[in-house]
Design a protein around this ligand. Structure first.
Ligand SMILES: Cc1cc2nc3c(=O)[nH]c(=O)nc-3n(C[C@H](O)[C@H](O)[C@H](O)COP(=O)(O)O)c2cc1C
Length: 420
């Protein structure tokens, strides 16, 4: 008789990673519009950008009545004990509850089981799973013992996963997972993975690079089958990650190496239509994708600086449109620069809301100087000494503006949201 395949039970509100090709967690590049577009093009699940436990702890959950999004916000204190009365709100994390329902995995940066649980409690009711980042090699993560540093402190990583499984899964009915990198030798990776899959997690993603490897170095798939086998022995789903270019390729590679699915990062950052299967028409030209991206970003009031960053990834550097992206200072500029006039009306509304597209102090000063010069010229042409003096004093007044702090009107100011 064949032995039944082991499977850690998937909680009722959680998701099984098996058979899925998913959007990777990406700080900056995995914000809401990128995730919504990946889902639209065929991603089965999306990971949010790594969010540090302490960043979520102390936030307030609110519904943005304008967009329908759920936002976790905190008051900007600028290091003060008591934030000033006019302090602005920062949005730390955001989800679109309808489109991301049952498909969003919250990824956490943590090095402490208690903090991990405290942070997870604030978010677990609104997501389909919680993933622990044990693969980020960046000093901002590893210096606090988080990310890839956890690969070297397996006791701590196991304690975090066990604490989440014990305190989050039964109360919120969602699964816990972990994302790791491979270690230098297969034996080291095996020892680690054996411990991780015994914690009660439902999924494990293996990024097939070691911690010192740079993103441009080709992923190493030599340890993948072994990791997948260990996951399967313990009933845990295994996603593979590293140099997967499309959904079709992800499914093919997962089958080839015995994994249950695949995760895509860089290829999706450049062109999220990589999630369209060949049967659905395959990869779209970047020109088609940027219109969709900008429309999505506007619809969820995305921070302009983030929208601009993502568009700069999507438009090839050699294209004239790339220059238009880097020069744009507002959503209206962006629509005009990318020849997307049908988005202009919505762009105007959002610019108004975010205070974008106003002249900067420098631009105001330059305009004042120009105005003064032309007043000067006409006054002199009229031969009036009084006019000359008046024009001079106007110029001086404008120059004094230099000392003033920049106005917030030209910043990407945080939005005010209302409590549920
Ligand atoms: C811009 C960017 C941000 C990333 N941020 C995260 C992150 O927040 N958490 C994480 O676990 N990995 C992060 N990664 C790593 C990716 O999730 C992924 O593991 C890696 O890029 C390899 O996949 P790829 O070969 O498809 O790019 C990031 C990668 C990129 C390019």
């Amino acid at each position: 008789m064949t032995e039944a395949v082991r499977k850690v039970p998937i909680p009722a509100k959680g998701v099984d990673y098996r058979g899925k090709v998913v959007l990777a967690p990406m700080v900056r590049s995995g914000e809401l519009p990128s995730r919504l577009l990946a889902l639209k093009y065929g991603a089965d699940l999306v990971w949010g950008p790594e969010t540090i436990d302490r960043a979520i702890i102390g936030t307030t959950r609110k519904v943005n009545e304008q967009t329908g999004c759920i936002e976790w916000c905190r008051t900007q204190s600028h290091g003060l004990k008591e934030p000033p009365p006019d302090a602005k709100m920062s949005v730390i994390y955001v989800t679109e509850p309808e489109k991301e329902a049952k498909r969003l995995i919250f990824q956490m940066g943590t090095a402490d089981p208690d903090l991990a649980v405290e942070a997870a409690r604030l978010i677990a009711g609104d997501v389909a799973g919680i993933d622990v980042n044990a693969g980020c090699p960046k000093p901002f993560s590893t210096s606090g013992g988080m990310g890839a540093a956890l690969l070297r402190t397996p006791d701590k990583l196991v304690a975090i996963l066990e604490a989440l499984v014990k305190n989050i899964t039964p109360h919120y009915d969602i699964g816990i997972s972990v994302k790791i990198r491979i270690l230098e030798t297969a034996a080291e990776t095996e020892t680690l993975v054996r411990r991780l899959v015994a914690t009660g997690i439902t999924g494990l993603t293996v990024h097939c690079r070691t911690t010192p490897m740079r993103p441009r170095e080709r992923a190493i798939r030599g340890q993948l089958r072994m990791v997948a086998d260990l996951c399967h022995e313990a009933g845990v789903a295994c996603l593979m990650n590293g140099d997967v270019e499309s959904k079709d390729e992800g499914l093919r590679l997962a089958t080839e190496f015995g994994a249950d699915g695949a995760m895509i990062a860089t290829a999706a950052e450049t062109n999220p239509s990589c999630f369209r299967t060949a049967a659905d028409g395959g990869l779209l030209p970047w020109r088609d994708v940027i219109g969709e991206y900008l429309a999505t970003a506007i619809s969820v009031n995305n921070k302009f600086s983030n929208t601009k960053y993502l568009l700069a990834q999507m438009v090839p550097g050699k294209e004239a449109a790339h220059k238009a992206v880097t020069k744009a200072r507002s959503y209206v500029d962006m629509c005009e620069g990318l020849s997307l006039p049908h988005l202009l009306d919505q762009a105007r509304v959002l610019d108004e809301l975010r205070g974008l597209g106003q002249p900067t102090e420098k631009q105001k000063l330059q305009a004042a100087r120009k105005a003064a010069q032309s007043t000067n010229a006409s006054a002199l042409a009229a031969g009036g000494q009084m006019g000359y003096a008046r024009a001079l004093s106007k110029t001086k007044k404008s120059l004094s503006n230099r000392q003033q702090p920049p106005s917030v009107s030209d910043q990407d100011k945080p939005l005010v949201v209302s409590a549920v």
